[in-house]
Design a protein around this ligand. Structure first.
Ligand code: MG
Length: 124
């Protein structure tokens, strides 16, 4: 499916405080947050209606995890831009995510500069 991309970043994480922390980091840099989702299914619903520039995608989430979500996002839009966010000790997911087409991989807890550089690189 060829789709036009809408402005902004979608933050996907099951933890409200994590979504808020990421939102504040992005806003402080003048980057637009288009929305938030608490699991993979809500991410897919959001992206279908609003194909944003970039999805920041947590791995461990209820309902649908980040790896499954990444696969389905790619099926919906093969040019989707995704940066994965994961807790430490989940190195096995890094390679899998890159194989599935993620642009980058951030390990939590992260420094604000790390998010900003990954986001800027991904949306060029
Ligand atoms: Mg999580």
């Amino acid at each position: 499916m060829k789709r036009n991309r809408n402005a902004g970043i979608l933050i996907v994480d099951d933890l409200p405080f994590m979504r808020t922390a990421i939102r504040e980091i992005l806003n402080a840099e003048g980057l637009t947050v288009a929305g938030e989702a608490e699991n993979g299914r809500k991410c897919l619903e959001f992206y279908y209606r609003n194909p944003v520039e970039l999805v920041l995608l947590d791995i461990t989430m209820p309902v649908m995890d980040g790896i499954e979500t990444l696969k389905k996002l790619k099926r919906m839009d093969r040019n989707v831009r995704v940066v994965m966010c994961s807790a430490m000790g989940q190195d096995k997911y890094i390679i899998r995510s890159i194989q599935l087409g993620a642009r980058d991989f951030i390990v939590k807890p992260f420094k604000p500069e790390r998010i900003i550089s990954a986001v800027r690189k991904a949306i060029g």
